[in-house]
Ligand binder design. Structure first.
Ligand SMILES: [Zn+2]
Length: 270
């Protein structure tokens, strides 16, 4: 069957994970703009580090991409992108345009979680507003597992499948894991604790390479808690779960959207 054409505003890019097929891949999620109303979509797998320049894209850029059903992933939003078809369009959207699209889609974390209790193949992506972010817990990353290390090792020095001029560079394990502990806007929420899988966290960590653990943790807290979750911001988390049915009820924070508090994005554009 011919692939379907989709136009997607990229809202999140998760950090790269080892893959036995590509060395490492990234999960991208966003909003389809070519449907009668906005719809979440997950594009996986994308061996992002192997994409050649014209196909790379930043967050909040619109991409045109051909998609197929995702044979091994029953989550309703998941599609398999045709990598060669990716064409980024223009510059990243600003906060006002992001808000106009994202804010009407806000749900609560408790609601998403209850949806999976009702149907394990229910909605697996969403945007939620934390009522209170209690803390950001930072721990050391345990390093890649044996299987992950082997997946990476199998590809070292191999020509990239997508970009034959490139040789794959082994994917380093992140240094830390960070988890938000928060309550959502549902009344009676007992709280959620979710790991941040945003690629920005890993990229930020890399810039702190020369710092001691203590200083690096303080810098991560400065940005991902004090700044992003500040009362001066209207903080949103874009959340998603795991494909593995046994972990399907575990959501992670895949990305954040945090315009200034008091802005009316989402209310006025349309
Ligand atoms: Zn909740």
């Amino acid at each position: 069957m011919a692939a379907e054409k989709a136009k997607v505003l990229v809202a999140v890019k998760a950090s790269p994970e080892p893959s036995s097929t590509y060395g490492d891949t990234v999960c991208v999620a966003g909003i389809r703009l070519d449907r009668s109303q906005p719809e979440w979509i997950r594009l996986y797998p994308i061996p992002y580090r192997q994409l050649a320049d014209p196909k790379t894209f930043r967050k909040f850029v619109v991409i045109d991409v051909d998609i197929n059903a995702s044979p091994r992933d029953p989550r309703p939003e998941s599609r398999r992108p045709v990598l060669e078809s990716i064409v980024p369009q223009g510059q990243p959207w600003g906060n006002r345009a992001r808000g106009a699209l994202l804010e009407p889609m806000v749900t609560t974390m408790c609601h998403l979680r209850a949806g999976l209790d009702a149907d394990i193949n229910g909605p697996s992506l969403g945007i939620v507003r934390p009522a209170t972010v209690k803390r950001l817990a930072i721990t050391n990353h345990p390093g890649w597992t044996g299987a992950q290390t082997r997946s990476i090792a199998n590809f070292i020095g191999q020509p990239s499948l997508l970009n034959p001029d490139a040789r794959l560079i082994p994917l380093e394990a992140p240094r830390f894991e960070a988890r938000y502990e928060y309550t959502c806007e549902e009344s009676g929420c007992k709280g959620h604790k979710q790991r941040i899988l945003d690629w920005e966290l890993v990229a930020y960590e890399r810039r702190l390479k020369s710092q001691s653990d203590e200083l690096a943790r303080a810098s991560i807290k400065d940005k991902f808690f004090d700044m992003i979750c500040s009362p001066q911001r209207r903080t949103h988390f874009i959340v998603g779960n795991f494909a593995d049915a046994t972990k399907r009820k575990n959501f992670s924070v895949l990305g954040m959207y945090y315009p200034p508090a008091g802005s009316d994005y989402g209310a006025t554009l349309f």
